[in-house]
Design a protein around this ligand. Sequence first.
Ligand code: URA
Length: 243
Amino acid sequence: MTESRDTGAPGGRKDPFWNSVASFGLDDIFVLPEWISGLKGDKTASVTSGNIPLEQAALVSRVGDCRGCRLCEERNKIVFGGGNPSSGIVFIGEGPGANEDIQGEPFVGRAGKLLDKILAAIDLDRDSIYITNIVKCRPPGNRTPSKDEVAACWWILEEQLRIMKPGVIVTLGAPASRTMTGSSDGIGKLRGTIHRYGDIPVIPTYHPAALLRTDALKRPVWEDMKMLRKLLDELGLPGTGKN
Ligand code: URA
């Protein structure tokens, strides 16, 4: 079950809706649940206001207390993502780990600390990217999410990308890279090349958790990050964050 905390929401609400809004980093926006409550549980409805915080809040409401796959049974919090949704850059990992499940934020554990160093090496930080995962609930024991779990969660990521309209996607590890490229190749084969999700360039690289285990993967990740930096410079990203 999603745990409630005081998010500073209007009227001091303490309920799962506002808790989830906070997990999107939207504590500071004023969105009345009444505006969007009609969308709850409706995966087909969408708001096309072009206002990212408002659309994200509507998506959080639609996800609600999701029971779409077995991952809901042991999860503590749904982890939607974090960072700057207007930056134009979206990193996609595999799924929340134990720390993320407790805190409701992505990449807060050891892999996240390494990711911060990787980002810093190419002049990025958590405020200049948005980061999310292919599944929003923790796979028990940090196992790889199954195909049906990824499929059940796909509509949420698809909506997030429709709302944010990033200029570049970076996928971390095989499950995210396969999901976003539609290929069944291994990450060793997928990385090093720019793929596409629709019109959006996708740069696959190794997951930082793999780097924690295998030093030799640091060099290819550095090559991928140099490729990312070059592409960002060409595209004039990250964005202003003013959307
Ligand atoms: N690993 C992931 O893939 N995602 C997280 O949020 C944390 C660790």
